[in-house]
Write a protein that binds this ligand. Structure first.
Ligand code: V47
Length: 764
């Protein structure tokens, strides 16, 4: 292991930081040193400049097929606060932005199970029709992977269709964390890391530039962060196309990982600095102000960030719903002031990092900045300025040196002459000692935060007040509402199901759930989410899930209220993909329009690649019924018998019951489709004692499953390489055949010519 001073030495010689040394630097280097190293890397790329843009987000829907642990944004179809924008509503949003001077529309949202690639393309077309010269940065790799798979087309074809509709760039969302084990914990059903990278690789190879992100500050380790950065750096070496890396700080409100809390501001600064130092081939590091808040963003500029994102205009909810600024908006003046206050020069950019200068009068020619970079000129906020911008935008030239960067600062500074001339002594001193001041500010900020937290918690969270959550299960909904109101809680109906043996309007589940062993307490006014039994069995449209992965199909069917009847396995090219779906013996196709009662069973025929029939039985101990069923199905197994012991007396008990026994013990090496019976109890002591025994076993089988998954991945890779080799051989054979045909044709021509020549002579 290298020492920090040794690492710094080789970095200063311009050598690349290794993954191993990055871990050491991250953990051990003092903050001031990270700031110095990161700033020196930043200056080599963007001098004193810090970029911002004029942009909005459009989030077409918060309904999402995937159910990530960290997400506060996701809703299910039918949830009271689920939304879905129609094409007309999207168009209306774009219309409102005409003439405002924005240069980018960023579209990102949940992966809505019913959205087709045609709909995604139409959204872009509608926006481009109204804002022809605004760049559309659209859809994360997760969405693109899903829409292409759903359509049964390659990633390249999916990207080509989106590009033809007007998509110009791809945002960096959905990367989360690449480490497979952690990814399977925090976002198990999202596309794999390999798939995320494959989408960006394909885009880069097609000349589409993209961004990349990492969700950090939750339960990941420094090693996992470095691994993530390393995979991005490798892809950028292999197929360049990333414009910016955006470390996304995990915000903890209103999601299932809330108890993890948020990381410190010091951790944020280390994250920014290490991204800048490690990612020596990605030009821009973005401190996304919406995620960080304004003061942390300003601080991030002293640690190597050179972009803060845009005006936003209160158009994104992903971060508001997770606890950040409720209505994120910054004017150009505010963005510029933030950059200036940190001692840098604010520059407006477009999606591709071309500088934009806006001017009141038209200029005759293209202008050049002092860095030699070509810049686009915009004329005020005239709606036509978008068009002019596009006409005059040209590709950026390669990096210029530091001196030129400093020149740029002076040009910009002189533009702002009076303002900079009247700088106070304090400000000048601040700029000279930016690192020292930053560290002092972090200290002061931390102290202030502790004091604010102490007093704030007392006042705002009514720390001393808490209410014991009552058991609403089996109550009538109206009774539950009255009781909740009396004790200061709010009732929200989250779901409605239909169980024939229970009366309509009766509460059958609640969250947070009461516990028979301890009191569950919440703050006053807290929402309690209830599942209520419907008065009549609802009829639901059967969704078409063929061509999706098994996990996606299960999620969608469960979400819509269907049960998985049976999983049947058949040999197929795509391992783990749903090949066919049946209800009541009838095959469902894309065009089938059929409604069935809530809770009906769907049979799925799932593909496996030859030699891959084997799976592992998961540990189900301690899970409730729906979690246990879902775990079996997603492991490729069938649910056989479900039995309750004598402690389970009524419906309420069924909801609380946990698995204490399974017929197939957790083990690897069973054939996919094998049936497993599960036994449930309400005896918490039994569950507790059994889960202690199985905890270590569970870790063992988790490890076995991970190894099997790795083996399967290696196998898939080998098969892909073999396919490519065969393809290359086939191509070579075809070329050789074409060559010999050409030779044959040429010699035939010669023969014909000589015969004709001979005939001519004869005739003479
Ligand atoms: O992929 C979701 C993250 C991302 C939470 O490319 C959360 O220019 C923190 O990718 N706490 C979407 N993060 C946003 C995104 C993005 C944003 C700004 C600019 C660009 C760009 C991309 O938001 C998701 C996920 O990683 N996210 N929930 C949360 N609770």
């Amino acid at each position: 292991m290298q020492s920090v001073s040794h690492i710094v030495d080789y970095l200063r010689r311009g050598e690349r930081l290794t993954a191993e040394d990055a871990v050491v630097l991250w953990r051990e280097a003092p903050l001031w040193l990270l700031s110095e190293l990161a700033l020196s890397s930043k200056r080599a790329v963007s001098g004193e400049l810090v970029y911002y843009n004029r942009n909005i987000h459009i989030e077409p829907s918060n309904v999402c097929l995937f159910n990530c642990e960290f997400c506060s944004f996701r809703r299910r179809v039918g949830d009271v606060d689920a939304w879905f924008l129609t094409l007309d509503e999207i168009e209306e949003r774009a219309r409102k932005m005409q003439g405002t001077g924005i240069t980018e529309v960023h579209i990102v949202g949940g992966v809505h199970p019913d959205h087709t690639i045609d709909l995604y393309c139409e959204m872009i077309r509608r926006i481009k029709a109204l804002l022809p010269n605004v760049a559309v940065k659209a859809y994360t790799a997760v969405e693109i992977s899903y829409m292409s798979r759903r359509e049964g087309i390659s990633l390249e074809e999916g990207l080509r269709r989106l590009q033809a509709a007007g998509m110009e760039s791809i945002p960096g969302g959905g990367a989360e964390i690449f480490d497979e084990e952690l990814r399977s914990k925090i976002c198990p059903d999202k596309c794999s890391s390999e798939e995320w990278l494959a989408v960006h690789r394909a885009a880069h190879n097609m000349g589409i530039d993209t961004n990349c992100t990492m969700l950090y500050g939750h339960i990941e380790t420094i090693e996992q962060r470095v691994d993530h950065l390393n995979r991005l750096r490798q892809l950028q070496d292999e197929a360049p196309g990333f414009n910016a890396f955006i470390p996304l700080k995990y915000r903890s409100r209103n999601n299932r990982m809330s108890e993890v809390g948020e990381c410190s501001v010091e951790d944020d600064m280390r994250m920014i600095a290490m991204s800048r130092i490690f990612l020596d081939n990605i030009p821009h590091i973005k401190a996304y102000w919406v995620a960080y808040g304004k003061s942390t963003t300003e601080m991030a500029l002293a640690f190597g960030a050179d972009d803060i994102d845009g005006t936003i205009d209160d158009s994104t909810k992903i971060y508001s719903m997770a606890g950040a600024d409720a209505r994120p908006t910054m004017s150009v003046e505010e963005l510029e002031a933030l950059v200036r206050d940190a001692g840098f020069v604010a520059v407006e950019r477009d999606t591709h990092y071309n500088e934009i200068r806006r001017s009141a009068q038209p200029a005759a020619t293209m202008q050049r900045s002092q860095r030699g970079q070509k810049i686009a000129i915009m004329y005020g906020d005239d709606p036509n300025s978008d068009a002019r911008l596009r006409d005059e935008r040209v590709d950026k030239e390669v990096n210029e040196g530091n001196n030129e960067n400093r020149d740029m600062k002076s040009v910009k500074s002189s533009n702002k002459g009076a303002e900079r001339g009247s700088e106070s002594g304090f400000r000048a001193m601040y700029k000279r000692n930016i690192v020292l001041w930053t560290i002092l500010s972090i200290g002061a900020f931390g102290l202030l935060l502790i004091l604010l937290l102490y007093f704030g918690l007392m006042i705002f969270t009514r720390h001393s007040k808490s209410i014991v959550v009552p058991n609403f299960i089996e109550m009538n909904l109206e009774e539950a509402r009255v009781m909740a109101k009396d004790i200061g809680l709010e009732i929200v109906v989250r779901d409605s199901v239909y169980e024939s043996e229970i009366a309509g309007g009766v509460v059958i589940d609640q969250m947070p759930a009461p516990s028979s062993v301890r009191e569950v307490k919440v703050k006053p006014d807290r929402k309690i989410y209830l599942t209520v039994n419907a008065y009549a069995r609802r009829m639901i449209q059967v969704p078409y899930v063929a061509n999706q992965s098994l996990r996606q199909a299960i999620n969608q069917l469960e979400r819509d209220g269907f049960n998985i009847g049976k999983l049947e396995y058949v040999p197929h090219t795509y391992d783990g993909q749903v090949v066919e779906q049946k209800v009541a013996g009838k095959v469902i196709t894309r065009s089938t329009n059929i409604k069935l009662p809530y809770g009906s069973s769907v049979t799925l025929k799932v593909g496996y690649r030859s030699g891959k029939q084997i799976t592992a039985v998961p540990q189900l101990m301690g899970m409730n019924l729906s979690k246990a069923k879902n775990t079996l199905w997603t492991s490729g197994l069938n649910v056989n018998k479900v039995e309750y012991d004598e402690t389970v007396k009524d419906l309420k008990d069924r909801r609380l019951a946990r698995v204490y026994m399974q017929t197939q013990p957790a083990k690897k090496g069973v054939v996919r489709g094998t049936k497993v019976s599960i036994y449930l109890t309400c005896d918490e002591k039994l569950i507790d004692s059994l889960s202690k025994i199985t905890d270590t076993r569970s870790a063992y089988y988790d490890e076995q499953r991970r190894l099997m998954q790795k083996e399967a991945e290696a196998e898939a890779k080998a098969q892909e390489e073999e396919r490519k080799r065969l393809e290359a051989e086939e191509k070579a054979r075809a070329e050789a055949a074409a060559d010999s045909l050409r030779l044959l044709a040429a010699s035939e021509e010669q023969v014909v010519a000589s015969v004709e020549g001979a005939t001519d002579v004869d005739e003479e």
